[in-house]
Design a binder for this molecule. Structure first.
Ligand SMILES: *[C@@H]1O[C@H](CO)[C@@H](O)[C@H](O)[C@H]1NC(C)=O
Ligand SMILES: *[C@@H]1O[C@H](CO)[C@@H](O)[C@H](O)[C@H]1NC(C)=O
Ligand SMILES: *[C@@H]1O[C@H](CO)[C@@H](O)[C@H](O)[C@H]1NC(C)=O
Ligand SMILES: *[C@@H]1O[C@H](CO)[C@@H](O)[C@H](O)[C@H]1NC(C)=O
Ligand SMILES: *[C@@H]1O[C@H](CO)[C@@H](O)[C@H](O)[C@H]1NC(C)=O
Length: 954
């Protein structure tokens, strides 16, 4: 009893405690897996209400991104519950109004991004608590001006970005940043500033990077020393800014100055400014002809001894003569000629006088071909980029004159013809970009000199076959990208020579099979193999293990095979991949995953099977059994019907599980609880039924302290989108249990309290009732079979042992003998031996037509006699069979009878016979009458009605 109570009590306590532990899921945010409650992203929630988005985040949050929502207002104290925030992104909302105390308590905040909103006004005290802020972006808003002192508290600010606003008043800006002693970068591009006038304030010494591009500057209008500490100055695209604006302005600390698309005449400018000439970016300065370039060069030569980088891009240059650059000082770094109108390079003759250039960029020009150049002279050139041209052909020995190139970028052209000797002589080449061209064939000597090549990118060409020996010399190649071609096969020794290959991209080709022989080449080097989106299919389960020798392979992609998917996934396919860390099998129509398919993948961390399979997937128990190191599993959209422990239970390291878009209606929580490391669970778009079979799941998602269920509070019930899974009504489910507990407890308690009482007070009553019931039952049963007339005895005599003398001497002779041959049942004589006395009494009462009770004081106090009266009177009252005859041996007063209710009731109902004792006047005569009456009573039928009729007829 006590232990039961204790158990009930503890159940109640546990339930109560569960209610207190808050769950680990958020309304509108996702905690970054592994971030320990520190990084939250609340993206794309289309929510207008700030507190609805972040009110349930824990105080441990450090990085918070609330982007791409419909927020328009930040109320006061929005973040007071997140005092540890260091990074806050509010970009891409519709923010218009921000209350004065919106950022209260964000003492630790370091980075605040409010770009791409609709802010036109800022409260002057808005940033009051942000002493630690170092980065602030207000890009793309509608600010017209800044309130005075707005940045006053931001003494740690290093970067302030206010691009793309409507700021007009530079003086105000200068005022508000002037005391930011740590400010390094200020970006004011895309505003409407007309000058840099600054009424008596100066920029902080720390400010070295200043962007004022794309404004409306028509003059600088600042003190000469105003920009004295600035090192990077961008004044580009202020089309009205004239040369004379710089008269006297100290630009001596500048190491990069951009003046593109202004009205500045570069030669004049260099004449009046004390900027270091070599630090000026000459791009977009309108230097379109030789004349102008020569003039500039001559000037430069006077001013500086040498130049490192010269940017001549965007100058409409059509042609460079062999002599143009000879007037320039020696250039030792990068020469950038991009975005001009050059049509040909003429073997780079214009560099003959500038042989020290290391890097040449001629991107976005009009080059159409690269001609042969047989004289090896530009030995210092290490990098060449001809990206974004219209190059169609690369002729033989096209780079023979630049033998020391390490990086060559020919990508994003229309190269259809690459002469087999086109890249001849490039023995130091390390990186070769030929991607996004129209190449169809690679010859076996195309790359013959490139034994130092490390990266070869041939993506997005039209190569269909890799011929024998193509890569034979590329023994140092580590990365080969052949993605996006039309490769159908490799010739048998097509991949020979790639002794160091580590990353091999073959995605988006037309490979129809995985040829075992090919991958023997790589053995211990290959780490990444991308076979995504080919046409690989298997026609039988029984194939060899093509990857058997790739013992270092860590990334394998087989996703999205065209057009029908993998269909059959041979169980031996992944044999030997003991180092594999990531496996992609998405978007295939695999119809069966054998339970030992993944057995060798003991190092796997990441597996995605998203939409991998056709229709309903029956994942085999044990299919993941060896994936002991798997931390992230994506099984979206697989038609999984049943999420079971047998299938998923072995993933002891699993942290992230994406189960969305599957077919199960319920999830057993024991299966979830068998994943001890699970922290992130995505069950969106599963038609989880909102019925009792998910009531435990509901409780678990709400109250388990460890697993984040993505957007739990938005999961809808399938039958009614307005009802949410997290709060569908589970009372009915729990009431059953509660009621059951209550009722059974109540019953048990009642039993335990009442039983002793009953035992003491009503022991016999209960016992009798029990027998009454039993007799009633057996009678009902018996009645069907035998009629009363078949009674064994005429009368059962019930008497107390002390009255035996009278029974034997008087009753027996008068009823059994003496002319009347009644058959009597006496317990000492007729009871069956060995049978329970009670059963004997019951059967005696029921197998006799009458029960004669010999009542005396002793009889009254005997329990068995009472039982007999009970049984007989039961037949009297309840069956309307008059079976009971009471014979009183002694006179008894009302008082003496008073405690025998049943007896009194019988006596009131019927007449009874009084034995005329020896004290009456004529005992013999009286006794004679007594026997007559008794005999007649025994003789009468027991049916009351029958008796009445007979009496009438008397
Ligand atoms: C928060 O974001 C910043 C910037 O992206 C990053 O450097 C920092 O490591 C992040 N903080 C945490 C706790 O990951
Ligand atoms: C700034 O941050 C540092 C550590 O991040 C902290 O110790 C300090 O209290 C913060 N400063 C203010 C004024 O809150
Ligand atoms: C600037 O930041 C440092 C450390 O982050 C902090 O100790 C200091 O208090 C901050 N400065 C001000 C003026 O709050
Ligand atoms: C910039 O300011 C001028 C007046 O200073 C105004 O006429 C013009 O419309 C403004 N431009 C924009 C884009 O606000
Ligand atoms: C640059 O010019 C300014 C004004 O013309 C002058 O004050 C400053 O001393 C000059 N600086 C150098 C390094 O020549």
């Amino acid at each position: 009893m006590a232990s039961l109570t204790y158990q009930l009590l503890s159940i109640t306590v546990v339930l109560g405690a569960a209610q207190l532990i808050s769950g680990y899921s958020f309304n509108n945010c996702i905690e970054e897996p592994y971030s320990k409650g520190q990084i939250f992203n609340c993206l794309n929630r289309k929510n207008k209400n700030m507190s609805a988005i972040i009110s349930d985040l824990p105080p441990s949050a450090i990085n918070l991104t609330i982007s791409i929502n419909h927020l328009w207002h930040i109320p006061n104290k929005s973040f007071v519950h997140l005092p540890k925030l260091q990074l806050l992104r509010l970009d891409q909302n519709n923010l218009r109004s921000i209350d004065q105390f919106a950022f209260q308590n964000l003492h630790q905040l370091k980075s605040l991004n409010m770009s791409n909103n609709n802010i036109s006004e800022l409260n002057p005290f808005l940033f009051k608590d942000l002493h630690n802020l170092t980065f602030l972006s207000l890009t793309n808003n509608k600010l017209k001006q800044l309130p005075e002192g707005i940045f006053l508290p931001l003494l740690n600010l290093t970067t302030l970005i206010m691009r793309q606003n409507f700021l007009t008043n530079f003086s105000g800006i200068a005022q508000s940043v002037s005391f930011l002693k740590k400010l390094r970068e200020l970006d004011l591009c895309f505003n409407n500033l007309t000058s840099l006038s600054h009424s008596n304030v100066s920029l902080p010494k720390s400010l070295t990077v200043l962007y004022i591009c794309r404004n409306n500057l028509s003059t600088l209008g600042c003190k000469n020393s105003f920009l004295e500490f600035v090192q990077l100055l961008d004044l580009s695209y202020n089309s009205r800014l004239p040369t004379m604006a710089f008269q006297g302005v100290d630009l001596s600390h500048i190491n990069y100055l951009r003046l593109r698309s202004t009205s500045v005449k570069i030669v004049e400018f260099l004449n009046i400014s004390n900027v270091t000439a070599g630090h000026v970016d000459f791009s977009g300065m309108g230097l379109k002809n030789d004349n102008m370039l020569i003039k500039l060069c001559k000037l430069l030569k006077r001013k500086v001894k040498g130049l490192t980088n010269v940017d001549l891009s965007g100058n409409w240059i059509r042609n460079l003569t062999n002599y143009t650059l000879c007037y320039c000082p020696k250039i030792t770094g990068v020469l950038d000629l991009s975005r001009n109108k050059l049509k040909s390079l003429s073997c780079l003759k214009f560099l003959h006088t500038q042989k020290h250039i290391k890097s040449l960029r001629v991107e976005h020009n009009h080059l159409t071909s690269i001609k042969s150049c047989k004289t090896q002279d530009l030995r210092n050139l290490e990098e060449v980029s001809y990206r974004y041209n219209r190059i169609l052909s690369v002729n033989a020995f096209a780079f023979y004159h630049t033998p020391n190139i390490k990086t060559l970028e020919l990508n994003i052209n229309t190269i259809a013809f690459l002469h087999r000797k086109g890249l001849k002589g490039l023995k130091r080449l390390e990186t070769l970009r030929l991607d996004n061209n129209l190449l169809t064939d690679l010859f076996n000597n195309t790359f013959e000199d490139h034994f130092n090549l490390k990266i070869l990118n041939l993506r997005n060409n039209r190569i269909s076959v890799i011929f024998n020996g193509t890569f034979l010399s590329l023994r140092n190649l580590t990365t080969l990208d052949l993605g996006g071609n039309k490769i159908t096969h490799f010739e048998p020794s097509g991949l020979d020579g790639l002794e160091s290959l580590s990353k091999f991209y073959l995605d988006g080709n037309n490979l129809k099979q995985i040829d075992t022989s090919l991958y023997h080449v790589f053995q211990d080097t290959l780490t990444v193999l991308d076979l995504q989106s080919n046409q690989i299919r298997f026609f039988t389960e029984n194939i060899g293990s093509p990857f058997m020798n790739l013992s270092k392979l860590s990334d394998l992609k087989l996703d999205g095979q065209r057009p029908y998917g993998l269909v059959i996934l041979p169980r031996t396919l992944f044999r030997g991949l003991h180092s594999l860390k990531s496996l992609y099998l998405t978007n295939n129509k695999i119809y069966h995953l054998d339970s030992d398919t993944f057995d060798d993948l003991t190092s796997l961390n990441f597996l995605t099977l998203d939409n991998c399979c056709v229709g309903v997937t029956q994942l085999q128990p044990g299919v993941f059994k060896n994936l002991r190191n798997l931390t992230k599993l994506i099984v979206e959209n697989m038609g999984i019907q049943n999420f079971s422990k047998e299938v998923f239970g072995n993933l002891t390291q699993l942290n992230t599980l994406q189960l969305n878009r599957n077919g199960m209606q319920s999830i057993q929580i024991d299966a979830l609880e068998s994943l001890p490391e699970l922290h992130y669970l995505d069950i969106r778009n599963i038609a989880l039924s909102c019925t009792c079979k998910n009531s435990l799941l509901q409780n678990w998602t709400l109250h388990n302290p460890k697993v984040q269920v993505v957007y739990l509070y938005n999961l809808q019930c399938p039958h009614d989108a307005k009802v949410k899974f997290y709060n569908f009504d589970t009372k009915v489910c729990y009431i059953d249990l509660g009621e059951y507990l209550f009722l059974s407890t109540a019953a048990v308690i009642l039993l335990f309290t009442v039983t002793p009482l009953l035992y003491v007070k009503l022991y016999w009553k209960i016992k009798y009732s029990y027998y009454v019931f039993r007799s009633w039952f057996s009678e009902q049963w018996r009645r069907l079979r035998d009629e009363e007339e078949n009674c064994k005895y005429d009368a059962f005599i019930s008497y107390n042992f002390s009255d035996e003398q009278w029974v034997m001497d008087q009753l027996l002779p008068n009823l059994e003998g003496n002319g009347s041959s009644f058959k009597l049942c006496l317990h000492h004589r007729d009871f069956e031996l060995g049978r329970d006395i009670v059963d004997n009494i019951v059967s005696a009462v029921y197998s006799s037509r009458k029960t004669i009770c010999v009542v005396s004081r002793n009889f009254m106090s005997s329990e068995w006699c009472s039982l007999e009266i009970q049984l007989a009177s039961y037949r009297l009252f309840d069956e309307h069979r008059d079976v009971l005859l009471l014979v009183f041996l002694e006179q008894m007063s009302e008082r003496q009878l008073s405690s025998y209710h049943r007896m009194r009731k019988v006596m009131l109902q019927k007449t009874y016979l009084q034995w005329p004792g020896s004290d009456c006047t004529d005992p013999a005569q009286a006794q004679d009458l007594f026997w007559k009456q008794l005999r007649r009573a025994v003789k009468t039928g027991s049916r009351l009605e029958k008796e009445e009729k007979e009496q009438k007829g008397f």
